[in-house]
Ligand binder design. Structure first.
Ligand code: 5AD
Ligand code: SF4
Length: 440
């Protein structure tokens, strides 16, 4: 029998990369690889990279610099770059870091086993195509037998929206939805292996329009209702969404589908109509606020999450104030804010950039506001009863941690709870990044 080789994968960026890394590990299992948790013992290191902001790509190059010693100590060590930096930089990576053996873009992961075999023979291999075939269908390998209680499942990939700041349409390609039957098969398989909560992933997941089991295209809402029929699957989530694709049936599902959790990540990016227009967002501040009203009418306790960019080209103080006011008006339970980062090849990269110190000041102000809001939303949970899906032991002895319906981390004292247990919990305390509760 062939000796098992050791694979170390480091994942950067979004949840879809986490999902992709799992699938790549499974696929390479077929080539005799077993995953390990340290780079030092690996025969192959795979960096699954993110290109969304500048620092992300620079991090990869410095990580590669640090790996030079490993490669010197073990000349047979193979180093591969996957993900969005691989897609965007392609052969440039091997030019800049000749010790890289393999570069694979996100749409070519099903070709990884064959690429690994060629790299093993000493070849330098690169694949950043956007092939026609269904990579997920071809990514069948050796699934892990048992799983934790939560899992990601990609249902849609890519984006056709072309926001002026964003590289995603170029790195992940055009919007594609997976067919419903494949998603259902994968979901049932996950549930059979212990999964009780699935987060459906897509760069534009609410634009989902995959081929349904009746031959028609299904919406995300229709898919949610179908997944909700699976026995043993208790919770559904999805991320990440665009305001323009928040259809009536999806809002209705938020109001009526018990398994769909009351949490919605719906990035708006800016509160200024002028900036939204320059971002090519094709919605306004007002249309977004009206949408939020409708969602809250359908599901009053929904926790809203968002993404914000500050320092976008031409952003004035007044534009920034509009964003601050919007955040104050909506009240987010969770929000992520970023300083605008120029991405080569995107329309906004061609425009006059604003002063970095001004952008940093705005970012600090926004983050302080968001932190206060998050804490206020958390504190307001005290005394409430929520569902918690327990995932693992906490840091303190006798403690278990899980996620609430609203995606807050919750810890309780218990000697009997197991990972995968879903319980009603009364919240009794709020800390910096988590809540504490008692099982009812
Ligand atoms: N600069 C800063 N933030 C960005 N994002 C996407 N592209 C950029 C960029 N060029 C942010 C957006 C998006 C999130 C995933 O990353 O807010 O919603
Ligand atoms: Fe990028 Fe999202 Fe805009 Fe698509 S919708 S271009 S993924 S920010």
């Amino acid at each position: 029998m062939a000796e098992t080789k050791k694979l170390f994968i480091k994942t950067y960026g979004c949840q879809m990369n986490v999902y992709d890394s799992e699938r790549m590990a499974e696929a390479l299992g077929g080539n005799g690889y077993e995953e390990v948790s340290s780079a030092a013992e690996a025969d192959m290191i795979l960096l699954n990279t993110c290109h969304i902001r500048e620092k992300a790509a620079e991090k990869i190059y410095s990580e590669l610099g640090r790996m030079r010693d490993l490669k010197t100590a073990k000349p047979d060590l193979k180093i591969g770059i996957a993900g969005c930096v691989a897609q965007a930089e392609g052969a440039e990576i091997m030019r800049r870091q000749p010790m890289v053996d393999l570069v694979v873009g996100p749409q070519s992961y099903h070709r990884l086993p064959e690429m690994e075999a060629r790299a093993g023979g000493g070849e330098k291999v690169l694949d950043t195509d956007f092939p026609e075939e269904d990579k997920f269908e071809l990514l069948k390998a050796r699934p892990k037998s048992k799983r934790g209680p939560t899992a990601f499942l990609t249902v849609q990939e890519g984006c056709d929206k072309f926001c002026a700041f964003c590289v995603v349409p170029y790195t992940r390609g055009a919007e594609v939805s997976r067919p419903v039957d494949r998603i259902l098969t994968e979901a049932r398989d996950l549930v059979a292996r212990g999964v009780r909560e699935i987060t459906m992933l897509g760069q534009n997941v609410n634009a989902y329009h995959g081929a349904g089991t009746d031959g028609r295209d299904w919406t995300l809402a229709r898919l949610i209702w179908e997944l909700a029929e699976i026995d043993g699957l208790e919770r559904l989530r999805f991320t990440t969404s665009h305001p323009n694709d928040m259809s009536d049936d999806l809002i209705d599902a938020h109001g009526r589908c018990e398994k769909l959790m009351p949490y919605l990540h719906l990035p708006v990016q800016s509160g200024s109509d002028h900036i939204l227009k320059r971002m090519n967002r094709s919605h306004t501040r007002d249309s977004y606020l009206r949408l939020i009203d409708r969602i809250r009418t359908a599901r009053p306790d929904i926790l809203l999450s968002g993404d914000f960019i500050v320092g976008f080209p031409e952003e004035t103080d007044a534009d920034f104030r509009d964003t601050v006011r919007l955040i104050e008006e909506v009240g987010y339970g969770q929000a992520y804010s970023f300083k605008y980062s120029t991405r080569p090849g995107t329309p906004a990269a061609e425009r006059g950039q604003i002063d970095d110190a001004v952008a940093s000041e705005r970012l600090a102000e926004l983050q302080a506001l968001i932190t206060r809001q998050q804490r206020a939303v958390q504190d307001a949970m005290i005394g409430k009863e929520v569902g918690v899906l327990f995932e693992k032991a906490g840091r303190m002895p006798g403690q278990m941690v899980g996620k609430s319906d609203h995606l807050h981390a919750v810890h309780v004292d218990s000697d009997t709870l197991q990972p995968g247990d879903l319980r009603r919990v009364r919240i009794i305390g709020s800390n910096t990044n988590s809540l504490s509760g008692v099982v009812l």
